[in-house]
Design a protein around this ligand. Structure first.
Ligand code: SF4
Ligand code: SF4
Length: 449
């Protein structure tokens, strides 16, 4: 009797990449890789690679925790997911990161831009509109975890500091500015003033490559010097910064390790986020069939290209395991210590959402005591360090500050190729609208722009 040449593993709903209608999709395992096998009655069958690492894919099934609810939902269920965004009552996760696009304009015209921004595109949002969006986040979240001011390019908004003041007047735990860094590089006084918004304020700096040629391909011009100058200013004022690298297969996949090492070498940089290109908006020369990259390929590249982490350090985030991988390290003066491995998964799952004390991690305790020569008296730990370890047990660590924590995140957004309704319902990165909706990043760029 003939058998299938694959293992039928799970069933889900996806969308057809041609008509964007909802279609049934099998998750299959074939020759050591995981695929979505979609079936559109109009456009036929399509097979999309979603993971190159079956073990890790299966591990994601074990890293689950119940979703956290927002204080309110914003739309009704009428047409079914993903056509009721949002957030509709069927959504499974609150807004961990809320984006406010304060302008549609940008001082770049990147060949790849999910928002299709450029210098003449769209307009700046008014202060009244921005206040409405900030209030909406607070109504949904109470104390929002992370609010990112985004765009377009937010630093070109003429009322940037008034907007920052409005945000700071609200109970937002972490405020971030999502920027390409051009103004940060050009205007030292701007950075000096931005630094006055810390603590609880960070820069999320686009940083894709160390190669002039790759800058030209991804962003249209060589931004090497601009990024170096931007980092010089951020380091000068010790303004906490996360580098964010958009990854395209065959273009900068060989730079993943070097980018991580570079991030570690920058005093103000607290982490790096790798994001596969989402097939949405302006795509330039991007060919989805050749250039899409999966989360698992980036994870493997980190393990192969950098000595910092081993497999046990890069784990699924329990609230959205298929789309977010994280790894933490302690960044000390002369040493970087991988941190995630100190939690065995069983303990991790048992303690998610709780606080575990320093005493419960003997290996870590010994290392820190040796390195810092600290006394055994437990000082008050930094609130920031306690709260920043997304979805992990909060750690009570004396004598360490936020700047000692280094975080690597791989964050994948769904597009019309890898779309999976199971995952999109867990999306925790949401874009706030002026009309009262809060829309997941993934579906926003596919259906709602
Ligand atoms: S993605 Fe979330 S908010 Fe949007 S329709 Fe689905 S469940 Fe509702
Ligand atoms: S990707 Fe970012 S920097 Fe580039 S055009 Fe779009 S908004 Fe501007």
């Amino acid at each position: 009797m003939a058998s299938r040449d694959y293992l039928f593993y799970e069933l889900t709903n996806s969308i057809c990449r041609h008509c964007l209608n909802k279609v049934e999709a099998k998750i299959i395992i074939q020759q050591g890789q995981v695929y979505l096998l979609k079936n559109c009655l109009t456009h036929g069958q399509e097979q999309v690679l979603i993971s190159t690492d079956v073990n890790y894919y299966e591990k994601c099934r074990q890293f689950l925790k119940p979703g956290d609810l927002p204080k309110q939902f914003n739309t009704e269920i009428k047409k079914g997911c993903p056509f009721d965004c949002g957030l509709c009552p069927d959504h499974e996760q609150h807004s961990c990161v809320s984006l406010i696009e304060i302008t549609e304009r940008c001082n770049l015209t990147c060949p790849i831009c999910y928002a299709n921004s450029s210098p003449m595109q769209g307009r700046h949002k008014s202060l009244a509109e921005i206040e409405t969006m900030l209030d909406l986040i607070v109504a949904n979240e109470g104390q929002p975890d992370v609010v990112q001011l985004s765009g377009g390019e937010p630093t070109i908004h003429p009322q940037l500091f008034e907007i920052l003041d409005l945000a700071k007047q609200r109970p937002i735990r972490h405020l971030m500015l999502n920027t390409n860094g051009i103004k940060i590089a050009q205007d030292r006084e701007l950075v000096k003033k931005l630094a006055t918004y810390a603590p609880g304020f960070e820069i999320y700096l686009q940083f894709d490559t160390l190669s002039p040629q790759v800058w030209r391909q991804l962003r249209g011009i060589d931004l090497s010097e601009i990024k170096q100058q931007a980092l010089a200013h951020l380091n000068e004022f010790n303004l906490s910064t996360t580098l964010v690298a958009t990854v395209q297969k065959g273009l900068n996949t060989q730079e993943i390790g070097p980018l991580l090492e570079f991030a570690l070498s920058q005093p103000a940089v607290r982490g790096i986020t790798f994001q596969p290109v989402q097939v949405a908006g302006r795509l330039g020369q991007f060919n989805p069939l050749q250039h899409r990259v999966t989360l698992s390929e980036i994870r493997t590249a980190i393990l192969e290209q950098s000595a910092l982490f081993s497999s046990e350090d890069l784990i699924p985030v329990p609230c959205h395991p298929d789309a977010i991988t994280m790894g933490y390290a302690l960044k000390l003066e002369e040493e970087v210590i991988p941190l995630t491995r100190l939690f065995v998964p069983e303990e991790l799952l048992a303690t998610v959402g709780n606080t575990i004390t320093f005493e419960q991690i003997p290996e870590l305790k010994q290392k820190i005591y040796n390195l810092f020569n600290t006394s055994a008296s437990v000082e008050t730990a930094s609130e920031t360090l306690r709260s920043i370890m997304c979805c992990l047990p909060k750690i009570d660590v004396p004598n360490l500050k936020y700047e000692n924590l280094f975080r690597v995140i791989i964050m994948q957004f769904y597009d019309a190729y890898n779309f999976d309704v199971r995952g999109v319902k867990k999306s925790c990165v949401h874009i706030v609208q002026t009309d009262g909706r809060i829309i997941p990043f993934d579906t926003m760029n596919l259906f709602y722009r």
